[in-house]
Ligand binder design. Structure first.
Ligand SMILES: NC(=O)c1ccc[n+]([C@@H]2O[C@H](COP(=O)([O-])OP(=O)(O)OC[C@H]3O[C@@H](n4cnc5c(N)ncnc54)[C@H](OP(=O)(O)O)[C@@H]3O)[C@@H](O)[C@H]2O)c1
Length: 238
């Protein structure tokens, strides 16, 4: 127990999976959680791009969100190395820009696979271990585009609204197992995915998103945050 903050979960020994850990928000989350003292299971397609070194406290595992078998293989590898899973950060995502009058429906399928179905499969794969932990945590990086539609890609918004539904369902169904579930919903973030019209200065920094993830991961079972909308520019609450 942390005497200065009773109830705060101690990261020591806790094992957290982070998808898309090789760049952008996922890399910032991995760096922040390593500083906090978590043991990390980092999933990515490009393992050579991961900055956090592999070792006793850090597993690098091939993860492709477009491969339906990949989530279970990653969860199995995590348990084989660490014997437990305490947290899952569904971060990997793609944004493909097309509207109602252009584009290819295959891109919609791809967004649903990566932004929605892979997180669903990862939750299924990690679930027995998150339950066993007694204080499991699931954080899904959704988007403000999944809480209200302002501009941009309707297909991306559809995938992120659905990811909000996934997060909401998991929060409800696994509450009694001590699992707490949060959707972190940023607006524009300074990564390769930065939306048009924003710059590195006007968008939220990925390290700030990592701060939020670190905070919700350590919150006790009696203080759950369902969603954290994060605005880079003013707008009324969604
Ligand atoms: N940046 C923004 O403005 C913003 C705003 C709101 C929400 N978000 C959300 O934040 C999350 C992280 O995005 P980001 O801003 O960090 O974007 P990013 O810099 O483009 O990074 C995307 C990450 O997802 C991974 N990924 C994509 N397809 C994958 C697949 N099939 N299998 C495994 N990994 C895959 C990428 O890996 P590869 O290197 O292999 O492609 C990369 O690690 C996403 O869910 C995104 O929707 C971003």
């Amino acid at each position: 127990m942390n005497a200065a903050n009773p109830g705060r979960l101690d990261p020591a020994g806790r094992v957290v999976m982070v998808s898309g850990a090789n760049r952008g928000i996922g890399a910032a989350i991995a760096a922040r959680l390593r500083q906090e003292g978590y043991r990390l299971s980092l999933g990515a397609r490009k393992l050579d791009e991961i900055s956090e070194p592999a070792g006793d406290n850090c597993l690098h595992q091939a993860f492709d969100a477009l491969d339906p078998a990949s989530p279970q293989a990653w969860a199995d590898a995590t348990v084989a190395k660490f014997g437990r899973i305490d947290g899952l950060i569904n971060n990997a995502g793609i944004a493909v820009h097309f509207g109602f009058e252009d584009g290819d429906e295959a891109d919609l399928e791809r967004m649903l696979e990566v932004n929605l179905k892979a997180p669903y499969r990862l939750i299924r794969a990690a679930l027995p271990h998150l339950k066993a932990a007694g204080s499991g945590r699931i954080v899904t990086v959704t988007s403000l585009a999944g809480m209200r539609f302002k501009r941009g890609s309707p297909g991306y918004a559809m995938s992120k609204f659905a990811a909000m539904g996934l997060s909401s369902a998991a929060r409800s169904l696994f509450w009694d197992d001590g699992i707490r579930v949060t959707a972190v919903a940023p607006g524009p973030v300074n990564t390769d995915m930065i939306p048009q019209g924003f710059t590195g200065d006007t968008a939220t920094q990925p390290e700030t998103i990592a701060d939020v993830v670190a905070m919700v991961l350590a919150m006790p079972n009696n203080a759950s945050v369902a969603a954290v909308p994060i605005n880079a520019v003013y707008e009324p609450l969604p």
